[in-house]
Design a protein around this ligand. Sequence first.
Ligand SMILES: [Zn+2]
Ligand SMILES: [Zn+2]
Length: 304
Amino acid sequence: MELLKIRTIALLFVFGLALTQCKPKSDSDEETLLLLAAAASKICVNNSFTGSTVVNATATLDTNTDCITGMTSSMSADLPAWIRNNFKCAVGSVSGSNYVFRSQNVPNNKSFYFGTSSPMYVALAGGQKSAGNNQIASQCLVYTIPSSPAAKSGALVGTQSGYASVGITVNGLAIFNNAAAPGDTLATEAQTFDTFNGHPQSSGVYHHHSQPLNVTNNNANLVGVLIDGFPVYGLHCDNGTAGTGDDNVPGTVGPALDANHGHTAATVLFPGGIYHYHFASDATAGINTLIGSSFHGTPGTVSN
Ligand SMILES: [Zn+2]
Ligand SMILES: [Zn+2]
């Protein structure tokens, strides 16, 4: 038992170190994953919400839920329609003035990072390289996100402030900020993205900085919600119409984007208009990203 405690403490320490890093790292990953496996059922209270812990070697896609078999995918009836009808592969609920999402954070797309023994494995695209020995691992992410987001007055909160994740995609996956590990840029790290534009960091947290290709590919689809409660969309704005013929980049549809990748415009899901983010060019990253350096609103909390 004492050994387990020490392991748990070590694991928490590893998590603490790993929060903001997604730089490929290979030296102790295997041990980290073993610790994860040992500790997952001990300290992760998520399982009772999010279903059986996914094991890469046996992971398959459930064709009914379009999520990994065994993962719970449920959105409670009191959530607004824009969440209820679009989010899956996570467990969403309302708690007071917040939305709560719990997620194992395992992608419902094939990935190099499931490992070659997994039915969900697919090779990297030509020219891409592995993020060290990093592999996807089931997580215990809990997001508490304000349900009535508002523009923050005064100094904005940075997206590079040590958050375990800065948002959740409609398919239950972590959104990471526009920064790479120190000494690196995302433009360089993009070489390690899998065929759906995601990759795991050193403790197995699969995430997207760029557009998740399982959700959007240079179109106006809803991508997810950031932890300040504002939605994030793909490259295009939908002009408030279901037809795609009039979709285009912000500035052509709606106002030009601010420094935080956002603008206020009507969308199909928000006919009255709402501030929302877009997948857009980011000077810090050197590539298009889902979020800039600051939140427009006041961020909620994320734990893992
Ligand atoms: Zn990353
Ligand atoms: Zn827009």
